[in-house]
Unconditional design. Sequence first.
Length: 218
Amino acid sequence: MKITKITPQKYRNEYITISFEDGQTLKSHQAIERAHKLEVNQEVSLQLLEELRGEEELREAMEYATLSLSLKDRSVDELTQKLRGRKFSMPTIHIVLDQLKTRNLMSDAAFAKNYVESKLETRSSEKVKEELTQKGVQEEIIEEALKNVEEENKEIPSEEERAFQLLLKRAQQIRAPDSRTLYRRLYDFLSRRGFEQEIIEGAFRRYKKIGGSDEPTE
């Protein structure tokens, strides 16, 4: 199959469109063109054409993955789903993930540790575990991340203290018509953050001792 035309793309100067005599076209980066020394009137086998398509898909997938990671830290599973959503083939996705791991650009261990460090002060440990599990991180990696963060950051407050501090901050933000509504909203807020009932009730008791609204009774 012969190449009939190589045309620079109008709005992407580093890309070209390769046209073949049978009507097929291939959008490719100029680096791939140069690597294979492609030129007009050159005969291209079907095997080479598939290689060119594969190389271009891999290059695009790596570019997309790198950009995605630069915008937001992601777990391996999250990035996999992002790449699948862009219709990249699974073999290409596996290659991209392996290359990123080899270059230390991503790992679930690093992702989990960063996530724990950024979220633990505003959530219970169980809530952090739940969220990381939903992101496809394995349980042992999550447990290791929690352990490492707690050992490295001795200043991290206890669950009880975190719940209390969150309650104080949230109480200042809520505009409730009465104490019953206030407590219900505060309770729901702390519950959504994963704190257990006993810890929430302890936070309420401390809140009352420093002059918080009386807890409503049934």
